[in-house]
Structure formats: structure tokens, C-alpha cells
Design a protein around this ligand. Sequence first.
Ligand SMILES: Cc1cc2nc3c(=O)[nH]c(=O)nc-3n(C[C@H](O)[C@H](O)[C@H](O)COP(=O)(O)OP(=O)(O)OC[C@H]3O[C@@H](n4cnc5c(N)ncnc54)[C@H](O)[C@@H]3O)c2cc1C
Length: 391
Amino acid sequence: MPERAPSPVDRSLPTPEARELVTLVRDIARREIVPAAAEEEEAGRFPRELFTLLSASGLLGLPYDSAYGGGDQPYEVYLQVLEELASARLTVGLGVSVHTLASYALAEHGTDAQRAAHLPAMLGGGQLGAYCLSEPSSGSDAASLRTRAVREGDGDWVITGTKAWITHAGLADFYTVLARTGGAGASGITAFLVPGDAAGLSVAAPERKMGLKGSPTAQVHLDGVRIPDARRVGDEGRGFAIALAALESGRLGIAACAVGLAQAALDEAVAWASRRRQFGRPIADFQGLRFLLADMATRIEAGRALCLAAARRRDEGRPFAPQAAMAKLHCTDAAMRVTTDAVQVLGGYGYSADFPVERYLREAKALQIVEGTNQIQRMVIARHLLGPETR
Ligand SMILES: Cc1cc2nc3c(=O)[nH]c(=O)nc-3n(C[C@H](O)[C@H](O)[C@H](O)COP(=O)(O)OP(=O)(O)OC[C@H]3O[C@@H](n4cnc5c(N)ncnc54)[C@H](O)[C@@H]3O)c2cc1C
């Protein structure tokens, strides 16, 4: 069954420019994203050309400095744009979020010369980015990563190791890579900007995932990849702090994607409940279903509020790490629950691949895992309340 364009969410946006942005995104979603979403997800096709369009439309660098091709938008606006994109197709919303995450290190910690050299292409010049922190033996315990970067006599760095679960692997024009340049632990890690066509960089076969099949995820092998020191981002040993700061903001992106996905599921459920008749009446007349739909809508609205409250703290320059973790935790758990309930509202049809809600359910599961599992989010929140586990 062809998918509908998402129903417009009534948004509070701070400026006329932000309202225009959301109108532009809705137009692109209706014309370019929604019509192909189901077919391309089934075929496992990533819409690379769509990302070129998003870049040309100024939508791949929204929260970054306009002096380098960004959009100068507050996170409050960027997240609402992301929510709209994820509502149309999660592969697209997540892709924009991962690209923004991959751009963070250079945009926020690069030198002026590095920013001038690389950011315009990354933020508005059609490039697509990937963020390489996870490895086969280090996921939640990311600071134990083993990929090594060794400085040669001429000052170049030579990077060797394997990164795992990398979104956009094989398609990315640049990879933000975290590698060990010093001793064990977080303080031995440095960030590098590796070009997609670097000699020695290769990509394994894509992971065979239960959902998000249009979004390529694969291991990236770095086999003696040589890059100049000018591609080291931030000081030696500062890489892990940069990676965590990127994730703090990135988690808000994942939360916004979860809200968008859940909204799409609710829209399907509401439309179906009004249309489907049993016992001589629309099933929407039954209180059992009305209450289910009311709970779904409430979970989504609470998630949206949490997400935007954290974003506004970020926009004001206030600390927002626990709030971002709460938003990621709540919104992705809500998306899992809401998409499961949407399948229930559609009954047997919900369990069929002819309707989008079973795909939404499979996609929601990934959001509870990426950019720090929800157990890790709880650890972040608890640490804020209680201090570190061992003192
Ligand atoms: C679709 C997808 C896309 C991804 N994209 C990227 C990407 O672009 N870049 C990237 O770097 N990574 C990416 N990842 C990797 C992702 O960040 C990791 O999968 C995630 O951090 C979890 O690591 P892990 O899979 O190794 O699980 P593990 O760390 O092995 O965890 C296994 C289980 O143990 C739990 N656990 C671990 N430690 C604790 C603890 N201390 N307390 C309680 N529970 C704990 C976890 O919550 C989880 O339930 C992606 C993953 C997926 C599925």
C-alpha cells in the first residue's frame, strides 16, 4: 500500500525563517521521500541523490555556522526539521542526524584553516559523512577501542583497525574516526577526518539488519590509512571528549527521529481506526481503541516536549547532557511502544508488509540501541543524580 505524507504537526517555531524551513521540508518529504520509501526500504536502497538535494537545500548543516555553509539554526529548529524527515522515512532522518554527528568534530573543534578547507563541502557541498567510534569488541565501552593511529617520521598518521556498525559505510565522502594514539583509556584517543577515498580504507558487506534496510551499516577496515597531521581534529588525547560531546548532541537527533517515527505510526493507526469497521461500526468508536490511541499520542507529545526542552537548554548554552539522555531514553522507548501499538490497531493488516507499521516497529528497535543503548542513557542520568558508580 502506498504511504501517505505525514499529517502536519502543529509546531511552535521561533522565527518566520524556521517556519519556511519546515514548509520546505514538508514539500520535499511529500514529493521526494514518501512516494519511494516503502519500495526502497524493501529493496535496501539508500537514496544518495536525495541527500544531494537536501545538501543543496541547506538541510545538511542546519545547526552549524553560516560562515562555513551551515544554516545558523538553533537546535530547537534543527530537531523539528529532523522529526519531519524521520516521519517521512527514518533512513533519511537518521542519515541527516548521523551526517550532523560526523560533522561535529570539525565544526566545533577544528582550526579555522581546517574549517575553511573542509566544512563548506560537508555542510552544503553535497558530501555525506560517517561517524566511526564503535568496533567489533567495543560498543558501550567505547573508550576501550583498539584502532591505532601511529605518527610517522614525516608527521603523517597511519591508521590501522576495524570500525563496526558504521552508518553510511561505503557511501560516505568523509569518516570521522576515533583512534588510539596514546595509552589505554579515554585519554589515549584522538579524532581524525579521513577522506572516503583514502588508500587502505575498505568496507565489508553490509550488515543484514532487521530494519532500516535502506540505511547502509557495515564494518570499515583501515589498513595502514595514511593521512597528514592537518587532518587530526583537536589535540592529541582529546578525541574521546570530542566524541562524547558529539554524541550528547547526536542523542537529541535520535530522540527527534524517534518522535517522528512514532508520529508516523500514530497517523497510520488513527487513519485505520476511522476507516476499519467491525461489529457494524468504525473500530475508532470502541473505547478500548480510543484509549490506546490517546496513550500513543500522549507518549509522543511528552517526548516532543522533552526533546525540545533539552534543545532549548543547549541553545541557551546551558549543560544538557542528562536532559539529552532522558530525551533519547524516553523518545526511543516511546517509539518502540507506539509502533507496537500501531500494529495492534491495524490487527492482522498491521502484521503485513503491505502496510508500513510493521516496518516502523522494526525500525524503532534500532533507535533503542544506537548512539548509546538505553541502558547507557540510564547510566548517564543516574551518574548525574548520584555521581560515578565507584567512588
Ligand atoms: C543500525 C545501527 C547503526 C549504527 N551506527 C553507528 C555509527 O554510525 N557509528 C558508530 O560508531 N556506531 C554505530 N552503531 C553501533 C552502536 O552505537 C552500538 O551498537 C551500541 O553502542 C551498542 O554497542 P554493542 O552493539 O557493542 O553492544 P554492547 O556494548 O555489547 O552491549 C550489549 C548489551 O549490554 C548492555 N550493556 C553494556 N554495558 C552495560 C552496562 N555497563 N550496564 C548495563 N548494561 C550494559 C547494553 O545496553 C546492551 O543491551 C550502530 C548500531 C546500529 C544497530
